[in-house]
Design a protein around this ligand. Structure first.
Ligand code: AMP
Ligand code: ZN
Length: 114
């Protein structure tokens, strides 16, 4: 949508390091990884944030979490554990206004989110 960077990644206009793709979902490596494993999982359709989710998106969000589970397994972090984060809006620190879920793992994370 417009100049959305993640829509451009979906369209292939901006390159990404893809780890998973299907009809509705794309996952790729974060360009600025905060942890040894840092992957972003996004819906291909432009949804701004959690705030813009509609009841019709419930199946999509369920599938995104099944995808998170699968990616964690493939990346070898399932057993040790990982964190899933979606920043929403200004106070949530959301920089890219296209819904995304961070998978963070590969090291022992701090026990506090903030
Ligand atoms: P957020 O603060 O939750 O909006 O996070 C946006 C994330 O997108 C950050 O972790 C960025 O490093 C990441 N990011 C921005 N541009 C790209 C890109 N072109 N490819 C991969 N990750 C990106
Ligand atoms: Zn977008």
């Amino acid at each position: 949508m417009g100049d959305c960077i993640f829509c451009k990644i979906v369209e292939g206009e901006i390159p990404s390091n893809k780890v998973y793709e299907d009809e509705n979902i794309l996952a790729f490596k974060d360009i600025n990884p905060l942890t040894p494993i840092h992957i972003l999982v996004i819906p291909k359709k432009h949804i701004k944030s959690i705030n813009e989710l509609k009841p019709d998106d419930e199946i999509l969000i369920g599938k995104i979490f099944s995808t998170v589970k699968q990616i964690a397994k493939e990346q070898g972090i399932s057993e040790n554990g990982y964190r899933v984060v979606s920043n929403c809006g200004e106070d949530g620190g959301q920089e890219v206004k296209h819904l995304h879920f961070h998978i963070l793992g590969g090291k022992k994370l701090g026990t506090k989110i903030v």
